[in-house]
Design a binder for this molecule. Structure first.
Ligand code: SF4
Ligand code: SF4
Ligand code: FES
Length: 360
């Protein structure tokens, strides 16, 4: 481990001593090393400012990306203590006050080129795969502009906030096991156009997004919602794509069949009848193949007897809720509950300077 220190000439501006550990990597030689750095930085400095000071005063060979310095361009995605962040969003003062020395590394799920710079080619290929442009379906350009109400644009408001930083992709569990999974950023972009009233290719888009490596391959771990610095909540966008697919009758994937069966079982009995999941969604032949496994579960008390189906005491409430959702026309994307509350909690704890995991 190499230690490098820079102490600037004294000034009147209040400063603090910031210590960082940075994973350096050279893809040419394959060399990887965790180096310690320490600099005097203004108290208002964010992580990106500290990296700039290190590069300017201590070690010019440090590589990272940046551009806007104001959470707009999406260039400065990296990991701090193993979690993806925008370097220009992370204030260092609360971290310094806790005496914590964060470990900085490159984003996950993308090949590292040098130090904190990752190869974004695979990321952009997936974004391109979802046709990230409006397909109006018009053969001729209309003479007058077509006005769309704010209410209709609100449907895609969150997805339109995406700055393509890749922080969600960095933390995606599905992508770790299946690098071909389209991933949260591309899928959020997909909903940005599926949900746009001006777009006329929604069915074609949904069919593409229902293919292998598409929406149903998401494990619903919600890490993308947790780490997105712009509040896009990509997992919610994926849920909306699933709901829209089922609404449009695009339900050939097993994931869609499972979702439909769970709605049906909740509506009819007020319970999720998992015992019937296989015969109802995969067919009788598959169910017969699983009999041995089912008997094993039954012997260990893991599954209830399926017949007669257990009906919840207050099943009418579940049915009334189901009817209400239908009456309100919330059976597609509009029925998906947004994740603002979870995001609000994260922002709040950040301000308090006590994010779980920072101290590790
Ligand atoms: S919720 Fe789905 S898309 Fe989001 S990080 Fe988890 S697996 Fe990836
Ligand atoms: S969804 Fe959020 S984390 Fe993912 S690329 Fe867009 S802004 Fe970044
Ligand atoms: S430098 Fe542009 S988002 Fe951080």
């Amino acid at each position: 481990m190499t230690e490098t220190t820079y102490v600037p000439p004294p000034t009147d501006a209040p400063t603090m001593t910031v210590a960082l550990k940075i994973w350096r990597f050279d893809s040419q030689t394959g060399e990887r090393e965790l180096r310690d750095y320490e600099v005097e930085a203004p108290e208002w400095a964010c992580l990106l400012d500290v990296l700039d000071l290190i590069k300017d005063k201590v070690d010019g060979s440090l590589a990272y990306r940046k551009s806007c310095r104001m959470m707009i361009c999406g260039s400065c995605g990296m990991r701090m203590d193993g979690r993806a962040v925008l370097a220009c969003k992370e204030r260092m003062k609360p971290i310094v006050e806790r005496g914590h020395v964060p470990v900085i590394s490159a984003m996950g799920n993308l090949p590292i080129l040098k130090d904190l710079v990752v190869e974004m080619g695979p990321f952009w290929n997936k974004v391109r795969a979802v046709k990230p442009w409006l397909d109006s379906g018009y053969d001729e350009v209309p003479e007058k502009e077509r006005i769309v109400s704010q209410q209709k644009m609100n449907v895609i408001h969150k997805e339109a906030l995406c700055i393509m930083c890749g922080c969600c992709v960095s933390e995606c569990n599905s992508m770790e096991s299946d690098p071909d999974f389209l991933g949260p950023a591309a899928l959020a972009k997909g909903f940005r156009f599926v949900g746009d009233v001006r777009d006329h290719a929604d069915v074609e888009r949904l069919n593409t997004l229902n293919e292998e490596h598409g929406i149903w391959d998401c494990t619903r771990c919600y890490f993308c919602n947790e780490r997105c610095p712009k509040g896009v909540d990509p997992r919610d966008a994926i849920a909306k794509l699933g709901a829209e697919s089922i609404k449009q009758g695009i339900d050939h994937d097993m994931g869609a069949k499972h979702a439909k069966w769970f709605v049906k079982s909740a509506e009819t009995t007020g319970w999720l009848r998992e015992t019937e999941l296989v015969p109802k969604t995969q067919g009788v032949i598959s169910a017969i193949k699983e009999v041995k496994f089912a008997l094993k579960l039954f012997r260990h008390g893991k599954v209830p007897v399926p017949i007669p189906p257990h009906v919840a005491e207050n099943v009418r409430e579940a049915r009334a809720l189901h009817d209400l959702v239908r009456q309100q026309g919330r059976d597609g994307a509009l029925g998906i509950v947004q994740g603002e509350h979870a995001l609000g909690r994260i922002e709040l704890t950040e301000w308090a300077g006590s994010r779980p995991g920072d101290e590790t």
